[in-house]
Design a protein around this ligand. Sequence first.
Ligand SMILES: [Zn+2]
Length: 562
Amino acid sequence: MKKKIYVLLFAALVSAPLAQAQTKKKTKAKVKTEAVIQEPEMERQVVNYTVESGESTAEIFARTITAADLSKYLHVLASDEFEGRETGQKGQKLAAAYISNFFRENGLIGPVASNPGNTYYQKFNLEQATWKAAALKVGKKQFVYQKDFFLFGDAPEQPTQQLDLVFAGYGIDDKNYSDYRNLNVKGKTVIVLAGEPMDKAGNYLISKSKEASPWGADSRAKTRAATQKGAKNVLVIESSEANLQKSMEGLKHWLDSPMIAFPGKDRRNPTIFVSPEVGAALLNTSAKKLQAYQNKISESGKPVPSEFKLATGVELQTEKVRSPLPTENVLGFIEGTDKKDEVIVLTAHYDHIGMDPTKTGDQIFNGADDDGSGTSAIMEMAQAFMEAKKAGAGPRRSILFMAVTGEEKGLLGSEYYTSNPVFPLANTVANLNIDMIGRTDEKYAGNKNYIYVIGSDKLSSELHDINEIANHQYTKLELDYTYNDEKDPNKFYYRSDHYNFAKNNIPVIFYFNGVHEDYHKETDEVDKIMFDKMETITRLVFHTAWELANRDERIKMDSNKK
Ligand SMILES: [Zn+2]
């Protein structure tokens, strides 16, 4: 057991354990790394920190990161008062005020000179658009929105469009099964059948098993294939009336919620989901003949040319009400010492998905894990680095702590920041992003000692090594790289704010605990958070950031992995 002693702070300024670990690594992997030797810029002074013997400077301040502090912040961020922190809404504004006050109280600088009213806020306008009306006319027949069909996506520029239709069977474009052979879909609305055809034994034709391939499981594979071939959009005929109703019920809240995007962005044509009855009208056939066509495919095991004569005079009417939605990223800045022009950016999104007033019972999606946990971690690290700075051990490079808005609406806050950076992207050394670190997923049920690490080796092997060494030296978590695999179907690398930095050639690490049964549900509550686990992971991010900020050489970009 280590003994607790009091020493002068500067006695511990050479971070010996990290230096040791790096020397070891150096001989083993021939990675160029430097020991961190701090040049104190302030007068020699006695600081009342409890220092364990042999402790590095980084460790002294890592220990200020505690489960108790994290719990304090998260109990505020994930409280019902903050109403699920929906982008542009009252709860998000309350959270922004809370985070910026915290930055101010802890002595961080608000770096947004363009917003003199509050230099902690990077303000910008999004736009919200809600469906006002939609109708689908086939000849004289008029079909009703959210009864016979629904729309997924944005409303096109013109409120009334004539649809130029083409039928593409199941809309599958696979190596051994393609509905697109000799089919020109350029500029057209492609009609496809939902799902994946089965053979007579009940196996899916593409997956050749009882489980559907992505073609059958997710309509996005079909929209992607069609758009890649130049189609205007896709119309999906649901396999049954009941399935259409089930989809609409599940999506009700989403369909009625405004869509949020940057104003004036290209408006994508919506994907149209229709009942079999509407489908039959569009194909000028009957439900029975449509079924017979599907049976033929099952029997032959391959695409079958159809004899449907498609309806003409098909008109889609859409209208959305649009209004501006102001929101803000919250930025706190610690200026570095001798390398202050280079910046490390630590991010977590503080927005979540708000409330659902149509729900009975709990209507508030508190987003404790997603991503109140990451936001609390950012705040706690900001405080730890400020403590270090106040004690004369501030970072050599500058550190920007950014609580990001609009993540749940499509990584919008980080997109805005990287398009309008407060510090030049060329000087941005790395981005460490935290999104969900307070829970465990199914794979690690009962084991808190892990974290998924995503993206660390994609642009810089040094970044990867630094994180590995910091973990080896200080936190000893199992670093799980499952989701770092480009072939992993979850594609988490593209699904949080770090991706907007990576896109701009900035090395990133994404820290993530995986999804769980409360993900994006009203049950993502603060009382389920494991704060001791959060503490360890936050310390890992802190140590990695510390090394990035204090090493002699900026990390090198030496890889370009997918
Ligand atoms: Zn998230």
